[in-house]
Design a protein around this ligand. Structure first.
Ligand code: CUA
Length: 330
């Protein structure tokens, strides 16, 4: 079923449920295609063959056929039962996480993804998971409806404020897989992106112990195209630019002077910033660090205090690189 004409039109099969899902999908696709051709073909043939050609001819009186009626009832019933039980089986696999799944808590927020691990680690944007092990995401939202979507895993689930929803998967392809928010959630909905980093057994053990994972820059879901930015071996500013894109900053802050939900970061370094309480602050390294780790300490005039605190979420290294990047935005 995978080698059919249009198989390449779906993303890679990054999880074990993806293959099951695709089988069902292609079955439905080709079944529909078969009946489309059958029905439309018959319509055309009959329209030509039985067209009204002679004036005065009268249609014969038709009494019906129990045999045909039987076929029309039995065949669709069997097909619908097949679709139902097949669909139910795949759906049950999709929603029933194995009891030994590694659990990761997911908090969605306008406009970023936060991931909280069993050992207390927290990441933003990027989530790290082991290869060939079941992983369960237990998700909620801090504000509005979002939807967690990893196309190459074929998992998608609404993330709802006030309740927990979950997805699980067993990743089969190491590397990076795109995360999208699939529910319109405001201005930067389209920027609410992330990556699932699937790590091999030794990498995963190292990562849990707190070691930095060397980034090969390979992305499984875009065919291994080199991604600039994070840990790509560039300078501090380059790294900061990468974090700016992957850690959620870009959703609310521009680097080109345009005003988004948060103040632009262009030209802010070294300037005097007007604060909401009427005082001013010098935007130096300490101000930057404080505003990243504890954004409500000094709120910029004209902006709502909506940024989440990044204390304990970003490492000192990441904050240092981000400040270097902000400093470069003249
Ligand atoms: Cu979050 Cu769209």
């Amino acid at each position: 079923m995978q080698n059919n004409l249009f198989a390449g039109t779906l993303p890679i099969q990054g999880s074990d449920v993806a293959a099951q899902w695709d089988m069902l999908y292609w079955f439905l696709f080709w079944l529909s295609a078969f009946f489309f051709v059958l029905v439309v073909g018959a319509m055309i043939v009959f329209a030509v063959k039985y067209r009204h050609s002679k004036v005065g001819t009268k249609t014969k009186y038709l009494t019906g056929s129990h045999a045909l009626e039987g076929v029309f009832v039995v065949v669709p019933t069997i097909l619908l039962m097949v679709i139902f039980f097949w669909g139910y089986k795949v759906y049950r696999n999709m929603v029933t996480a194995p009891a030994d799944s590694y659990e990761i808590r997911v908090i969605a927020k306008q406009w970023l993804w936060q991931f909280l691990y069993e050992n207390g680690k927290v990441t933003v944007g990027d989530v790290y998971v082991p290869l060939n092990k079941p992983v369960k995401f237990i998700m909620t939202s801090e504000d509005v409806l979002h939807s967690f979507f990893v196309p190459s895993f074929r998992v998608k689930q609404d993330v709802v404020p006030g309740m927990y929803t979950s997805v699980w998967f067993e990743a089969k392809v190491p590397g990076k897989h795109n995360i999208f928010c699939a529910e319109y959630c405001g201005t930067s909905h389209s920027g609410m992106l992330g990556k699932v980093n699937v790590l091999t057994e030794p990498q995963w053990k190292d990562w849990l112990k707190g070691k930095e994972i060397a980034d090969s820059g390979q992305s499984a879901s875009d065919g291994g195209k080199k991604k600039s930015g994070k840990n790509s071996g560039g300078g501090m500013v380059e790294k900061g630019k990468g974090y700016f894109a992957t850690k959620g900053c870009v959703a609310c802050h521009s680097a080109d002077g345009s005003k988004l939900i948060g103040p632009t970061l262009q030209g802010v370094y070294g300037s005097k910033v007007d604060l909401a309480d009427g005082s001013t602050a010098l935007a130096d390294d300490n101000y930057m660090k404080e505003s990243i780790e504890n954004p409500t300490a000094k709120v910029v005039k004209g902006f709502a205090p909506t940024m989440p605190p990044f204390k304990g979420i970003l490492t000192e290294q990441e904050i240092t690189a981000l400040i270097a990047y902000i400093r470069s935005l003249k």
